[in-house]
Design a protein. Structure first.
Ligand SMILES: Cc1cc2nc3c(=O)[nH]c(=O)nc-3n(C[C@H](O)[C@H](O)[C@H](O)COP(=O)(O)OP(=O)(O)OC[C@H]3O[C@@H](n4cnc5c(N)ncnc54)[C@H](O)[C@@H]3O)c2cc1C
Ligand code: FES
Ligand code: FES
Length: 427
């Protein structure tokens, strides 16, 4: 894989095949859409906060049917879109898929997607700037979830007000799903193929690798000591979109099956580093209630659809929300490097402000969380708390998570407290 160089970034937008050449893999999908004339997708904040840029990525569900994930296009590097199907608000009307991806002629009410029709009916749009984003969040929820407040928690509207938009969500939630829309939106995406894309940008070479084996990631890290790992890009995406940070070599972890697994035994749950948080939310609900609680308040749906546990730990932010919870649950990290695998208690991982024990040649492979409380435990008390400037769609100012195991006489057998936002590292 690493020998072959791709010169194109190929994907589809609203059913139309797109091949981008000589383009930086680190520009965002949003920049690409707008530069290529697909201006229906809007830019508000450019940092994942407002949802105006929301698009849907088509993936294959366990049932083989297409499923749709709402994501912020302002955070996804273009390299990460290769091989995927992207849908935007321009593309979900009945008339525009797949033959007319750029709607140039008026659309009749009957041609609107049910989500668009609901927004028209309830007057859910005034200036319209936020509308394409709301449409795509509701669109994804229409097929893959529940169109409700949570499905649009990552979308901000500053002029219509939320009541008509909530009514639109209600209308959509009450409607029967019309499968003919799903059918015309394209077949399920297949597996992500390996990618090794190279281009020149302002005299600098830029490479984007998407290997499919962990061993390839380790080889690439050896070959390119200046490489940066990228998972969901909800952290790195900010650097790309706002700070125009130059990344000579990006190695995507998204196609590595080994990093995307969840294993459950009687003793522990092991979560692959590249598992998106929304997947953890859906598949491990009820096992670690304090983790459920923190993930619930983590950013918003579009970010959780991409953000990973490995990225939250790898970024080593002192205000990352998950390390306090994982510390309280006595989590252990599995790390892989050229010399093989090693394990390290998360409590020993953070060494200073944004500094960790991870070597530049290593990757976080998984997080293992023990399931059994201390011997003799009659009851486990586990809670997590987060205080941010906003209820949702925001990182914390301070966070805390507590686990206390007590015996039948309420004597504490084991207590572990994790904090975020109070020191240079999560203590
Ligand atoms: C709008 C918005 C809201 C947010 N809200 C929250 C919030 O509420 N709480 C919170 O904690 N964070 C929040 N974040 C930050 C971010 O979403 C999280 O840190 C997220 O978990 C990062 O995961 P990722 O997969 O996107 O990481 P990426 O951006 O892909 O990577 C982040 C860092 O981790 C490294 N990395 C990734 N995977 C690995 C791996 N397997 N091994 C070694 N290194 C790795 C990368 O090299 C990079 O340095 C928010 C971000 C945005 C844009
Ligand atoms: S432009 Fe605001 S979330 Fe992307
Ligand atoms: S309709 Fe104007 S910001 Fe929402």
């Amino acid at each position: 894989m690493t020998q072959q160089r791709d010169v194109w970034l190929s994907f589809t937008v609203n059913g139309e095949p797109v091949s981008a050449k000589d383009i930086s893999p680190a520009i965002t999908l949003l920049e690409y859409l707008r530069l290529s004339g697909r201006a229906g997708t809007k830019e508000g904040c450019g940092d994942g906060d407002c949802g105006a840029c929301t698009v849907a990525i088509v993936g294959a569900g366990a049932d083989g049917k297409p499923h749709y994930q709402a994501v912020n296009s302002c955070l996804i590097p273009l390299g990460a879109v290769a091989g995927r199907q992207v849908l935007t608000a321009d593309g979900v009307t009945q008339c525009s898929i797949p033959k007319k991806p750029l709607v140039k002629e008026p659309v009749t009410f009957e041609q609107l997607h049910p989500v668009q029709a609901a927004m028209v009916e309830t007057g859910g749009s005034q200036c319209g700037y936020c509308t394409p984003g709301f449409i795509m969040s509701l669109f994804a929820a229409y097929y893959d979830g529940t169109p409700d407040d949570l499905s649009v928690e990552g979308n901000l509207c500053r002029c219509t007000g939320y009541i008509p938009i909530r009514r639109a969500a209600q209308l959509v939630a009450d409607a029967t799903i019309q499968d003919q829309f799903s059918a015309q939106l394209g077949s399920a995406a297949t597996e992500l193929l390996p990618l090794a894309y190279t281009t020149q940008n302002n005299g600098h070479s830029e490479r984007f690798y998407r290997p499919t084996q962990l061993s390839e990631v380790l080889d690439l890290l050896q070959q390119h000591p200046d490489a940066t790992l990228v998972a969901g890009a909800t952290d790195l995406g900010l650097e790309m979109s706002w700070h125009r940070q130059h990344y000579p070599v990006l190695i995507s972890l998204e196609a590595i099956a080994e990093l995307k697994q969840i294993q459950q035994t009687e003793d522990y749950v092991e979560i692959g580093a590249a598992v998106p948080l929304s997947h953890i939310e859906a598949n491990l609900h009820g096992i670690f209630p304090s983790l459920d609680e923190m993930i619930h308040w983590f950013a918003a749906r579009q970010v959780r659809n991409r953000a990973t546990l490995g990225g939250n730990i790898g970024t080593a932010s002192p205000i990352g929300d998950l390390p306090p919870v994982l510390l309280s649950l006595d989590a252990t990290l599995k790390l892989a490097g050229p010399g093989g695998e090693r394990t390290l208690p998360l409590a020993n991982f953070f060494t200073g402000y944004r500094q960790t024990e991870l070597q530049s040649s290593e990757v976080i492979v998984a997080v293992q969380i023990p399931r059994r409380p201390a011997p003799g435990t009659a009851r486990r008390l586990a809670q997590s708390y987060k205080i941010g400037k906003r209820g949702t769609d925001d990182i914390s100012i301070v966070a805390a998570a507590f686990v206390v195991d007590v015996d039948s006489s309420n004597t504490i057998l084991h207590a572990r407290l994790g904090y975020g936002g109070v020191a240079a590292t999560p203590p």
